[in-house]
Design a binder for this molecule. Structure first.
Ligand code: PGA
Length: 251
């Protein structure tokens, strides 16, 4: 949009999906497809991070971890650290996804601590926020996303390595996408909040991406909104249509 030079960003969150065979296919169409100027990362399950990184080497598409813990190492069975993600040559991690919050009980505070540590270790972070259906219906959307963003704000020193993903929980995996107006309204409020509580410069430069049932058929209209700087895509990132979403800004 006029007045900003935020690079369009599209992330594919594979969640707990994939096998070597399906990953071979995905990486095939992903690296062959046109991506224009869009910055693209995909988040495979931890077990396949190294495999996907090899498949994507030199393509300009990067792999992201879907989660990590808040310290470099130690007795934390089942966890991986930012140091490990960096050690295998990756730069990105998704933190605070609604499934981490709502299935695994991660708090605003824990997520903020993880973001703080990941940034301190030199990673880039896709930091996720979003309200549940009952919160939206109770008119609390802003209150919730501001509270979640405030938790980040207290720990983030350099917003240059953060992409903020607004993902209303009621839209994730449900096929019930937010309307372009609903998404734009929240993105614009977040930018105003950031301007007032962090700085106008950060509010202007931070990419705020939308997630929740984004598809090839709804992405173009969402992408026309002035404060939507890209997408975090779950289900549709496993299918060749993902390339259309990457190119949502193209006519
Ligand atoms: P969805 O998931 O696109 O399948 O709704 C989005 C997400 O959870 O990031």
């Amino acid at each position: 949009m006029a007045g900003n030079n935020r690079k369009f960003f599209v992330g594919g969150n594979w969640k707990m999906n994939g096998s070597k065979d399906s990953i071979n296919e995905i990486c095939g169409w992903l690296t062959a497809g046109d991506r224009g100027d869009t910055e693209v990362v995909v988040g495979p399950p931890t077990a396949y991070l190294g495999y996907v990184q090899e498949k994507l080497a030199g393509s300009g598409v990067y792999a992201a971890a879907q989660n990590c813990y808040k310290v470099p190492k130690g007795a934390f069975t089942g966890e991986i650290s930012p140091a490990m993600i960096k050690d295998i040559g990756l730069e990105w991690v998704i933190l605070g996804h609604s499934e981490r919050r709502n299935v695994f009980g991660e708090s605003d505070e824990l997520i903020a601590e993880k973001i703080e540590h990941a940034l301190a270790e030199g990673l880039k972070v896709i930091a996720c926020i979003g309200e549940k259906l009952e919160e939206r219906e109770a008119g609390k959307t802003e209150e919730v996303v501001f509270r979640q963003t405030k938790a980040f704000k207290d720990k983030v020193k350099d917003w240059g390595k953060v992409v903020l993903a607004y993902e209303p929980v009621w839209a994730i995996g449900t096929g019930k996408v937010a309307t372009p107006q609903q998404a734009q309204e929240v993105h614009a409020s977040l930018r105003t909040w950031l301007s007032e509580n962090v700085s106008p410069a950060v509010a202007n430069s931070l990419r705020i991406i939308y997630g929740g049932s984004v598809s090839a058929s709804n992405c173009k209209e969402l992408a026309t909104q002035g404060d939507i700087d890209g997408f975090l895509v779950g289900g549709a990132s496993l299918k060749p249509d993902f390339v259309k979403i990457i190119n949502a800004r193209k006519s």
